[in-house]
Each structure stands twice: as C-alpha cells, then as structure tokens.
Design a protein around this ligand. Structure first.
Ligand SMILES: NC(=O)c1ccc[n+]([C@@H]2O[C@H](COP(=O)([O-])OP(=O)(O)OC[C@H]3O[C@@H](n4cnc5c(N)ncnc54)[C@H](O)[C@@H]3O)[C@@H](O)[C@H]2O)c1
Length: 430
C-alpha cells in the first residue's frame, strides 16, 4: 500500500486516482478547480466515464480516496506524486506546459522528505528534465527526490478497463529506486512493463498517438478513393485489418479524429520535431487530411440538400466519440458552426454531453432524444456513433422528418436496410 497524490483531477487524474485506490492504495486527488473538488467531495462526478462513479463512491466509503485543493497537504502525506494536469495546445500547436511547471514548483516548495514525482500527462520529450530542474531550484537543500515518466494510454469511455488491463505500462526512470517503486506500485496489474529512460518514455506516448492519427487519416484518404471508385471502405478496412501486421483498430473512416489527445498531441509532436530539427512532413499531411474531413462532410450535405440556408438539420452525437461527454476538439462543433454560418436551423442530441454542449453551442435546439431532434428536418446527420443510435425506431424517425435523408458520418447503418425502410442514405466511403 502506497500513499499517492494525483495532481490534476481530470479524465486521466481522476481515473488514475480511483484505480490506484481500488488497488488498495491511499490516494489524494488534487485540483485547483475548487468547483470540481467541491463536487467530488459531495460524490458528484465532474465527468461521465462508465463505472467511475461506483468506483469512487466505494473507495471514498472505505477511506482510500479523498479530494483536496491543497498540493501542500497531498505532498506531505504522499510518497509518490503523479502529475496529471492538462497540457493544452498553444496557438502555434506547441504544448502549454505552464501547469506542469507551476505544479512542479509547488511540489518542491512543500517537500519535506524523499518523493517520487511521476509525469503522467502527455508531454514533449525532455519535459522530465525541466520538471527536475524546476524542483531542484525551488527545493530546500538536502531533500532527495526522483522524477519519472509514466505516460497514460487510457481512452475515454473505456478508461477504467484500459487503466487496469493495459496493453503495457511504460516506466521511464533514471534511478533504480524510482524504477523499483513504480514496478511495485504497478505489481497488481498484469501487463508487460517497458522500463526505459525518461526521454524514451515521453516519446513513446507521442509516437503512439501520432501513429494512431496516421491510421485514421490513412483510412479517411482510402475512403475518398472508395467514394470515387465505387468501392466499400468497410470491406477494405476489414480486409486490411485482418492482416496481423496492420490490425483493424483505428481504421474507421468518418469525420476524423477529435478529443483532447490526438489533435493536440499531433500538433505538439510536429512542433517538437521541428524544434529538434526534423520536418515531420508525414504528420503534417495526416493533420491536413483530418482538418478537411468536416468541410468535406459539409460539401456532402450541400450536394444532398442543395441550399443549406433555412434547411432544418438534425445532428445525432456531439461528444468526440461514444461513451464520453467530452466535447474538446469534437468534429461536431466544427460541423455545427459551419452549418449555422450557412443559415441552417439545427436540432442536436447527444446521450451524455448535452449539459456541456449547452455551455458551448448557441442558437441550436437541444432535443430530448433522437426523434425530437428529427422533427421537421430535411436531413439527419450521424456525427458520433453512440450505440443507442444503432437501434432506433426508424419508422418513427421517418415519420418525424420532413424528408427521410440520413447522412452518416460514422457508417453506423446498413445502406440496404435503410433504403428498404424508405430512407435516402449516404454513408462515408461506400
Ligand atoms: N483525456 C485522455 O483521454 C487522455 C489520455 C491519455 C493522456 N492524456 C493526457 O493527460 C493529461 C491530462 O488530460 P485530461 O484529459 O485528464 O485533462 P483535463 O483537462 O480533464 O484535466 C486536467 C486537470 O488539471 C487541473 N489543473 C490544471 N492546472 C492545475 C494546477 N496548477 N494545479 C492543480 N490542478 C490543475 C485542471 O483543473 C483539470 O481538472 C494531458 O496531458 C493529456 O494529454 C489524456
């Protein structure tokens, strides 16, 4: 059992804290967002993540997890301190590491004995060195510490399972003490452990996310070829994916990647490479293919309903992917803004992100459900592939629409089936 502090209680920090508590450790989750900590103390979840609420409630009850705004208290009471704050993109694409620096400084000022400080946030290669430097210059003399890197690979929507059953655990450490501590902490999790230096650990995370982004843009490029040639991208992806060297994951053609990880990490990696002296042209193309997905979708809508002005359009799905309420860099936002600019009336629905969306989207109708969204619409767009959209009552949906047209940005439906039901159906890459 370890005393652990997790600083930054977002998607990654909260799941990390909850899972370490579940494994029997004593965890303090810290955040400088007072509202978030107040909610968590009242057992109100600030995010939607399947299974998280139950896990947190159980561990609070058993005294293994607590929440605080005080880094000081957390540092004093913990041996291992995870930094899981945000690393958002700056305007030029570079990662903003201000929160990492601020937290490192606070940790140093509050340290009174040996601590292991572990970077969990996604950061540019060499950030570990800067964390170490920041701690050194702010620390009272004579206190020893280690810095390590332990990038996180969880995915929103399946975060708990990803954390507890990962493909691998990456540990970047410079000292034997740090390495042994982290290996012991992760002992209950059965997964290959990659032990390496801090720089390589940091780089593994960016290399992975950029590779995944490349797979998505690759299949989106293939889907264009499919549309032009009359082939079916679903079959092409299936045929490619069965090749063990390639794999089926991340070969879903659609509206491109969004969320808080792939777009910003891709930008950051391009920037990091540039600073190191390498022009990563491949990743620039990956980015530009992704950026075009939303505007290509708008073109598809235009060619199906002619003028967008004054047309009523239903949007099903707002979150950047299913099973999360996260709207950060969600393709839906770009698509909705473009349609609004062109004068469409929008009726939107998402199973989990409606309250977050109400704080972001203006001048749209927030529907009660998919059928309410469809009312009087000239077309219905599938933007996020939530399971509950798979099994709709299509007769009811059709009755509600002015014209039964579905433009499916996620290839959720069977074309022949929807045609039989009387819909005009336009998928992606087929
Ligand atoms: N979201 C994911 O799926 C995911 C997966 C793997 C890695 N990551 C990486 O993990 C990091 C965190 O991502 P996230 O999605 O959890 O972000 P998030 O925005 O959900 O959470 C970050 C939290 O840090 C807090 N914070 C910021 N500055 C702080 C400070 N000075 N002191 C205390 N708290 C502070 C914020 O209030 C916020 O609650 C990022 O680097 C991200 O790239 C994210």
């Amino acid at each position: 059992m370890y005393n652990i502090a997790v600083i930054g209680t977002g998607y990654v920090g909260l799941v990390t804290g909850a899972c370490f508590a579940e494994l029997g450790n004593r965890v303090i989750c810290v955040d400088n967002d007072r509202e978030k900590i107040k909610k968590l103390k009242s057992l109100i979840m600030p995010i939607y993540e399947p299974g998280l609420e139950e896990m947190i409630k159980r561990n609070v009850k058993e005294g293994r997890i607590s929440f605080s705004c005080s880094i000081k208290k957390a540092v004093k009471e913990s041996l291992v301190i995870f930094i899981a704050v945000g690393t958002p993109p700056k305007e030029d694409g570079d990662a903003d590491l201000t929160a990492i620096e601020n937290v490192s400084k606070s940790i140093a000022l509050d340290m009174d004995s040996y601590k292991l400080i572990v970077g969990k946030s996604t950061v540019p290669v060499d950030t570990g060195k800067w964390i170490e430097h920041t701690i050194k210059i702010n620390l009272s003399k004579g206190i020893s510490f280690d810095v390590a890197s332990n990038p996180e690979f969880l995915r929103e929507g399946t975060a708990i399972d990803d954390f507890l059953n990962p493909d691998r655990i990456v540990i970047g450490a410079a000292s034997k003490k740090a390495k042994d501590l982290l290996l012991d902490l992760y002992k209950p999790i059965k997964a290959p452990k990659i032990i390496t230096d801090i720089k390589s650990a940091e780089l593994i995370k960016h290399a992975c996310n950029s590779f995944l982004a490349t797979k998505v843009s690759y299949i989106n490029a293939i889907s264009k070829i499919c549309e032009l040639s009359g082939a079916d991208v679903l079959k092409v992806a299936e045929g490619m994916g069965l090749d063990k060297r390639i794999g089926r994951a991340f070969l879903d053609a659609g509206l491109g990647f969004g969320g808080f990880c792939l777009p910003k990490d891709l930008d950051a990696f391009i920037k990091i490479s540039e600073k190191l002296g390498y022009d990563f042209q491949l990743l620039k193309i990956v980015r530009s293919i992704n950026e075009k997905q939303a505007s290509d979708f708008i073109k598809k809508i235009k060619s199906s309903i002619w003028n967008i002005k004054s047309k009523r359009i239903a949007v099903l799905g707002l979150s950047f992917k299913p099973n999360t309420d996260d709207l950060r860099f969600a393709p839906s936002l770009k698509i909705i803004e473009k349609l609004k600019e062109e004068g469409a009336g929008l009726r939107v629905f998402d199973p989990q992100s409606m309250s977050k969306a109400k704080g972001i989207l203006k001048d749209v109708y927030f529907a009660k459900d998919a059928y309410d969204a469809a009312k009087g619409c000239d077309c219905l767009l599938i933007v996020t592939e939530w399971n509950e959209f798979k099994e709709l009552d299509f007769a009811k949906l059709k009755k509600n629409m002015r014209y039964p047209l579905i433009i499916d940005g996620r290839n959720l439906y069977d074309k022949d089936n929807l045609s039989r039901l009387g819909f005009t159906y336009i998928g992606t890459g087929r």
